[in-house]
Design a protein around this ligand. Structure first.
Ligand code: 5RP
Length: 226
């Protein structure tokens, strides 16, 4: 099976968890796209849910597939969120933000009763942190913020799109921070967020309940002990 096939089996498996009446957080990216398409099919067959999108792109996709859309602020909690990730490990820690949606994704995850992650097997890591950590920063003084991030041990680079700075749905920039290896993800998440000008970073620690991994041998599941 090719990578696209692995994303599809993971994404579609997660859709099985969606039940009538739920408020469902809809993640962003090319894996969760398969979940959203599957939920769209289920809605056509009578499933009644509200989706809370984590990006403008996901909102467009969900609307295209006939999913009712709600806003985060309308609900005290979200029953289930399904989202992708760029790296996962056995502790259910994640690096997210490859698609630039990390701030909304983390807010939706924070208010979710259950965070379910879908990835293909290439995303699983014994050694965490080879994917550059995305950090969302305000535009004001961003070059200074970058130097501060560098002083904390990474190689930062401003994310570009078509030769211009990439701008998030929230009007901010993304700095991708290469570490090579991250050992103290929980501390790093907090340390980065203490820097003025940093809005959020892509480390998701203690937010995930389960990871569905699409592998050549089928779907594998990693779960937290609850
Ligand atoms: C977007 C994300 C995505 O979930 C992550 O980048 C994975 O995307 P894909 O499934 O396309 O590899 O965090 O901000």
């Amino acid at each position: 099976m090719n990578v696209e096939g692995l994303k599809k089996i993971a994404g579609e498996k997660a859709a099985e968890r969606v039940k009538d009446g739920m408020v469902v957080g809809l993640g962003t990216g090319s894996t969760v796209k398969y979940t959203i398409m599957k939920i769209g099919e289920m809605v056509k067959n009578g499933l009644d849910i509200v989706g809370v999108p984590t990006s403008k792109a996901t909102e467009r996709l969900a609307r295209k597939f006939g999913i009712k859309i709600g806003e985060l602020a309308e609900y005290d909690s979200i029953d289930l969120t399904i989202d992708g990730a760029d790296e996962v490990n056995k502790n259910l820690e994640l690096i997210k933000g490859g698609g630039g949606a990390l701030l909304r994704e983390k807010m939706v995850a924070y208010y979710s009763k259950y965070e379910l992650i879908v990835v293909d097997e290439r995303k699983y890591r014994e050694i965490f942190g080879s994917f550059p950590l995305p950090v969302e920063v305000v535009k004001f003084g961003y070059a200074r913020t970058m130097r501060k991030l560098e002083s904390l041990g990474c190689k930062p680079s401003l994310r570009l799109e078509e030769n211009k700075a990439f701008v998030t749905d929230n009007g901010n920039y993304i700095i991708d921070c290469s570490f090579g290896k991250i050992e103290n993800a929980g501390d790093l998440e907090k340390e980065f967020n203490m820097i003025p000008g940093v809005v959020e970073n892509g480390l998701f620690i203690g937010l995930t309940n389960e990871i569905i991994i699409g592998s050549k041998n089928g779907v594998k599941v990693l779960k937290s002990r609850e």
